[in-house]
Design a protein around this ligand. Structure first.
Ligand SMILES: [Zn+2]
Length: 135
């Protein structure tokens, strides 16, 4: 086989791989799934149940007592779900608030004479005394 053909094929494959790599890298990150998505879904379904309940009540399919009992049950569930959503939201907000400030650049300062050095040194370049690892 002609070596230039092999070289050409390899080059072509490399180019395609490179292009695919670039494309893959440039793909936008998938939207993060809300951690309380399932709670929002539950909330929506409870609202739906409440609507159905009212609908059936208006059609006289339910007795007053059954209607009130079911409504109370659904409202209790709803309150629970709302509280859970608040809790998750508060939990998510917490780490953002306590994000540490960017660490200041550590300097190597001689404890004896106060001279500053970019690199950590075993001995001070100014006074020659041993330097600790403290900033
Ligand atoms: Zn020194």
């Amino acid at each position: 086989m002609d070596p230039s053909l092999i070289f050409g094929a390899l080059l072509g494959a490399g180019m395609i791989g490179f292009l695919l790599f670039i494309r893959f890298k440039d793909l936008p990150k998938p939207a993060p799934v809300s951690p309380f998505l399932h709670l929002e879904e539950r909330k929506a379904s409870i609202y739906e149940n409440l609507r159905d309940l009212q609908f059936e009540y208006r059609l006289d399919k339910l007795s007053d007592r059954d209607y009130q009992a079911s409504k109370l049950q659904l409202q209790k569930e709803l309150a629970h779900v709302m509280a859970e959503i608040d809790r998750v939201k508060a939990e998510l907000g917490q780490p953002l608030k306590v994000a540490p400030p960017p660490a200041p650049k550590k300097k190597n300062v001689c404890g004896s004479c106060g001279a500053e050095f970019e690199k950590a040194l075993k001995f001070c370049g100014e006074c020659g005394k041993p330097m600790g690892q403290t900033s």
